[in-house]
Design a protein around this ligand. Sequence first.
Ligand code: FAD
Ligand code: SF4
Ligand code: SF4
Length: 623
Amino acid sequence: MLQPALETPAIDRPRMDADIVCVGFGPATGGFLSTLSKKLVNADGTPALESAVAPGLPPQVLCYERADDLGFGVSGVVTKARALRASFPDIDNAGIPMAAPVGEEKVLYLLDPIGASRRSALLRLADKAIRACQWALPFERDALNLPWTPGFLHKQGGLVLSMGQFMQWVGAQVQNTGAVQIWPGTPVSQALVENGKVVGVRLLDQGVTKQGAPADGFTPGMDIHAALTVVGDGPVGPVGRQLDDLFGLPENHRARDWAVGMKFVVDLPEDTPLKPGTVLHTFGYPEPEIFGFLYVHPGRVASLGIFVPSWFDSPVRTTYRYLQHWMTHPFLWHFLKGGKLRSWGAKTLAESGRRGQPHLAGDGYARIGEGSGSTNVLTGSGVDEAWATGAQLAEAVLELLKAKKPFTRENLEATYGQRRRASWLEKEARAAEKSRDGFQRGVLPGLIGMALAGLSGGRLVLPGKSLRPWERIPSLEDYFRGRIPPGEARKIRDDCYARGVSAHAALMERAGWPPICYDGQLLVSHQDALLLGGKVQAPPGYADHVAFVFPNECRRCGTKLCVEACSGQAITPGENGAPNFDREKCVHCGACLWNCATASPENPERMAATFRAGAGGLHSAEN
Ligand SMILES: Cc1cc2nc3c(=O)[nH]c(=O)nc-3n(C[C@H](O)[C@H](O)[C@H](O)COP(=O)(O)OP(=O)(O)OC[C@H]3O[C@@H](n4cnc5c(N)ncnc54)[C@H](O)[C@@H]3O)c2cc1C
Ligand code: SF4
Ligand code: SF4
């Protein structure tokens, strides 16, 4: 039995009928609703198209968003904004808070200033050569500014945005048309499937125990029946995963590559030399596998953060701690010292791209956005691509509605699938598809593979064996071999777990990483960060959305990666070997879904931890 969604009690539920129901309000659904809503009602207010469930009215379109308000998502964002401009030609003058045209762009290779990161012999040799020739190179404060970067990495002509501010603006545009309703704070628990056809969605039950059993004030989630369900629930969406488990992926497709992205929004010091629109990308430090970004908004505000990818084979891959080491690299600290943390957030990115693409459509449903494999890992771009898929689906839906054709798999394939495959999105996705395979062999082959794929349009690649996330995690002893004696590594971890805390800080410090010198304003403890930026909130009466469904596997698990990698310190060592989950600290990043060292006994493509629909999370519309 697969457990894609929480088992909901079999009871009579309230029911509502709509024409179209959407799951999630991220950029993908933003693109869908922006395009659709403009065409449902005529200028004089009469319906341009008629609803099948409310005759005389325009089609009834509902969108349910899990987070407590619109724009509580997390992203970088720098974007070429091609699809965004197609929807909003005046976007540059729209007055979107925190938006700036892309200015100076730099890609920097960060050397290790303290000698703690795990570098291969080849990389150490390259570092030595760079240091020896630094007088002749654009090298300052332990960073090499790459003198040339390939065009596919550039975002010139694009925009630096705040995802939260942008999505709030989009939400207002869409709802002002009066043609669409968006409901935040309303998680969808699952798709309703009848005889292989998706007929709508079920909202999450309220008034239940942590395990989902009815309790005081039980309010069963409503069933929303609709001719079309649009699934735009992002990289770790429970509805998308439910459909993947039910219908499988197309042949040779697999969704195994992920990263955790964590970002801070920061007030830069008053005398910052960084201009709005500045875009810095880094690689090489704190570990060679970790990429970083810093984008400058107007008003001395910056978005900055790191991505910890699935191919960073570490049993203690903590994004928060690594982010602080990245910020204190001399090159970055020069700009950040004296700054102040405004808010933060974390979210998983699906990095399999086109290879992770599910069936784009089936009877009664269509997939859009990152959960449909739209993110381009070669160009480091997801927002524009997600938006484009939503806009393409909207055009297809309008075509079908006008022709009075049903939302069957064939009709959606012939309209949406065909549009998507004929567009720039598919061309660029094909070029990117195998571009990161080289990282399966190491960082240098990975970078060479990316360059080859980018410069040859995907014709040349460096192959690499694809491993499932749980297959790549070494034991604590193996990972720290040569740095911490095996018995000591285990003892450090056991001591930490006996105190109920994760062990990555103690292990990293024993392996040579300096402690973080908290300054109370930019470098703050993980616990203090949870209280920042509108805080993490967890409304009562919902079932736990993170669950360890195979407790025996957890008891046997010697790695406990879920504890070490949790973005909010919400997962802690439990008494009987199974971890504890504290909803009050969960930022809904979804990292625990794949940061697990053990396969699900039921499906080797899934792990022993699960991430279901849930309410609450971070309250910040700046991320
Ligand atoms: C730290 C970070 C930095 C990034 N930087 C960049 C960048 O610089 N440029 C760029 O182009 N891309 C960037 N990306 C990637 C980009 O953010 C994503 O590709 C993009 O947001 C995908 O859009 P989406 O609409 O498909 O999914 P999402 O943005 O994930 O939106 C999905 C929505 O669905 C909601 N949802 C999920 N489950 C449910 C449910 N059960 N019920 C109701 N609602 C649900 C979620 O709350 C969310 O609002 C970055 C990502 C991260 C994490
Ligand atoms: S969820 Fe995975 S990593 Fe965590 S204890 Fe269980 S098996 Fe281990
Ligand atoms: S428990 Fe919450 S914060 Fe921790 S990894 Fe899972 S989703 Fe992220």
